[in-house]
Design a protein around this ligand. Structure first.
Ligand SMILES: Nc1ncnc2c1ncn2[C@@H]1O[C@H](COP(=O)(O)OP(=O)(O)OP(=O)(O)O)[C@@H](O)[C@H]1O
Length: 261
């Protein structure tokens, strides 16, 4: 389905075709097709167990699919190791924190940045912070906290640091898993601005359940359900789609998109 108003098709960065993942006979993903254009900020939603995390796990090389292909900037990712995929420019956040509490904000960013740097450049003495670290500090708004220990940050600041650690690796594609979970209203608003800023220079895929956040910040939304793409469209199209409403209404514990936020 075209969701960009019929204009010239943007250059695809991620092209997923016929992707299936089977766990002990159970199809966690079942023939998923997904195309994300360069520079897009794409939201991925779906009820619990829809396959969102599994999809990100396949893109990042953590899980091997039974069938299908994942092409990133024209190169096949299926069959590659996780660290190789990171080096190719795909970064992700995890639901569990990867921040070193006793290190400062800038030290955490520097460590993350060094992950993609060739060994010879690590052996050279560097003065001050690298461009990638300086940019990550600026984009996340953490410059004033650069020398604070990560362990002293608030929950929101810590989430921004994790996003900053990804940016410091200068990925072309960022995959963020529920970046506003547990955040205050102000922190959510700041995170929305942060994502919009990041999407100016990167392609971003965000798994997010928070409908209020989606209404404010999402443009294109892909809905997964039982391992399949149920639909793709604008927030309004998704909210008004009878199939999507049924999927969410069928699960009393989850809000219908757009009605509870
Ligand atoms: N390693 C695994 N072994 C067996 N089943 C798994 C494994 N990982 C995921 N699953 C199953 O695959 C389905 C999809 O899980 P997944 O975590 O991708 O869903 P999700 O959309 O991310 O859900 P949530 O919103 O709850 O995180 C679920 O039914 C889950 O139980």
């Amino acid at each position: 389905m075209s969701v960009n108003g019929g204009g010239p098709a943007a250059e695809p960065l991620l092209e997923i075709r016929d992707l299936s993942v089977v766990f002990d006979g159970f199809r966690a993903l079942d023939g998923v097709d997904l195309t994300v254009a360069k520079g897009e900020l794409r939201f991925l939603i779906g009820p619990n167990g829809a396959g969102k995390t599994t999809l990100v796990d396949v893109i990042t090389g953590l899980t091997r699919p039974a069938t299908g292909s994942v092409r990133f900037a024209g190169a096949e990712l299926v069959g590659r190791r996780e660290h190789e995929i990171v080096r190719m420019g795909v970064g992700r956040t995890f639901q569990t924190s990867v921040v070193f509490e006793e290190l400062t904000v800038v030290e955490n960013l520097d460590l993350a940045a060094s992950f993609r740097r060739p060994l010879w450049s690590l052996l050279r003495r560097r003065k001050g912070v690298s461009d990638a670290v300086a940019r990550a500090l600026e984009v996340t708004g953490l410059t004033d906290l650069a020398d604070s220990a990560a362990g002293t940050l608030s929950h929101g600041q810590r989430q921004w640091l994790e996003i900053g650690m990804l940016i410091a690796q200068e990925p072309r594609l960022l995959l963020l898993d529920e970046p506003v979970a547990g955040m205050s209203k102000e922190e959510r608003a700041r995170t929305g601005e942060l994502l919009t800023r990041i999407a100016e220079e990167h392609t971003v895929i965000v798994i997010e359940h928070d409908m209020d956040f989606l209404r404010r910040h999402a443009s294109v939304v892909t809905v997964l359900h039982e391992g399949k793409v149920l639909m793709e469209g604008s927030v309004d199209q998704v909210r008004n789609d009878p199939k999507v409403r049924e999927v969410y209404l069928g699960r009393a514990a989850q809000p219908v998109p757009g009605e509870v936020g």
